[in-house]
Design a protein around this ligand. Structure first.
Ligand code: BT5
Length: 330
């Protein structure tokens, strides 16, 4: 049933300005014209507005705004990412659901999306504010055949993919702040949380959480004191429909992931560095209780940060607190 509706949407979307006749649809899908009509009624329940004109056929007047597993999947042009979508109106955290599914053997490319998270989390159990309807809160289950040490590369990969998706739909320039933040105009708009279940030399599964602020207003972030987040709405002055945004992000992630499997991390590293926040600039590093100033030189093959100190020596940092505006505040 659902795959028939998905095909219907694919056929109608192929000719967005034209009517597609009931005859053509019933031949292509091999079902009766009255079955087509019933499917159209179901699509309307999912929020599609479909025009039906006798002797001409059907066309989509409006795609749905609302999120559901169906509306995310229909029109999604990926091969495997999002081949299964789980949608929750409200949940503690999509990470929790995805870990549960990962343990139970859920397939590579499963995507969990929520409209609201009440216990959304960032790294080190920090809170991730995930208000209802205002953002994209989703977790991907990935089963890459790479070494566990390479898992951080997938954070950088998705960061590049999200930036590409956002630049495809807006005129803004986005930057990636190592390792997992996406910035626009010096404010954080998105974060990525990559968590891994692995045995010694083998990844069992990865759960990659993506949080992207979409329709929040400035005052929605009053409770966040340690930085000044932003949203697509704040930056562009208009509200955004999250459904096509999710689709573009998933499409970009799948595309880059396949490139990564074929060509390795090098092209991703280059793309990442092209979008790196404060590359070549002085930064302040705090690691092992020491603070020192250095120049942010780039990332290495594992996605670790390379910082050159004042004596010209390169340091490779896997984790450190960075003050990106040395001597000042972030
Ligand atoms: C992150 O952590 O940036 C990763 C965020 C991942 C969120 C997704 S949503 C779907 C999935 N399910 C989850 O439960 N999580 C993932 P980190 O770099 O640790 O940044 C956390 C810090 O960002 C917080 O301490 C706040 O200062 C700030 N923050 C909290 N909510 C924010 C928001 N909505 N937008 C921007 N910054 C926020």
């Amino acid at each position: 049933m659902e795959s028939t509706r998905r095909k219907l949407i694919d056929l109608l979307s192929r000719y967005p300005d034209e009517f597609v006749s009931g005859q053509v649809l019933s031949e292509q899908l091999n079902i009766t014209r009255s079955a087509i009509w019933k499917h159209m009624k179901e699509l309307e329940k999912d929020g599609y507005v479909i025009q039906s004109v006798p002797r001409k056929g059907y066309r989509i007047l409006k795609n749905p705004d609302k999120l559901s597993a169906n509306t995310i999947q229909w029109g999604l042009s990926t091969n495997w990412l999002g081949s299964r979508v789980i949608f929750e109106k409200t949940t503690d955290s999509t990470q929790v659901i995805a870990h549960h599914l990962g343990r139970e053997g859920a397939q590579h490319g499963t995507v969990v999306v929520a409209d609201e998270q009440v216990k959304g989390r960032g790294r080190l159990n920090r809170t991730w504010y995930s208000k209802k309807g205002d953002g994209i809160w989703m977790s991907l289950i990935l089963r890459p055949e790479v070494e566990p040490q390479q898992a951080p590369q997938l954070t950088l990969l998705s960061a590049v993919a999200i930036v590409e998706a956002l630049e495809e739909i807006t005129d803004l320039a986005f930057y990636i702040k190592w390792p997992n933040d996406i910035y626009v105009h010096d404010h954080k708009i998105a974060g990525i949380l990559t968590e891994m279940q692995a045995e010694q030399d083998q990844i069992n599964y990865i759960v990659q959480g993506i949080g992207l602020n979409v329709n929040q207003n400035r005052e929605d972030f009053n409770m966040i004191s340690d930085n000044e987040p932003t949203s697509l709405k704040i930056e562009t002055g208009m509200a955004w429909n999250r459904r096509p945004l999710i689709q573009v992000i998933l499409q970009q992630i799948e595309r880059l992931y396949e490139r990564y499997l074929k060509e390795g991390f090098l092209p991703i590293k280059t793309m990442w560095e092209e979008r790196a926040y404060r590359l070549g600039q002085p930064i302040m590093v705090s690691s092992k209780n020491q603070n020192w100033q250095g120049i942010f030189k780039g990332i290495d093959q594992d996605g670790a940060l390379i910082v050159t100190d004042q004596k010209g020596r390169d340091h490779v940092l896997y984790s450190a607190e960075i003050n990106w505006r040395s001597g000042g505040h972030e």
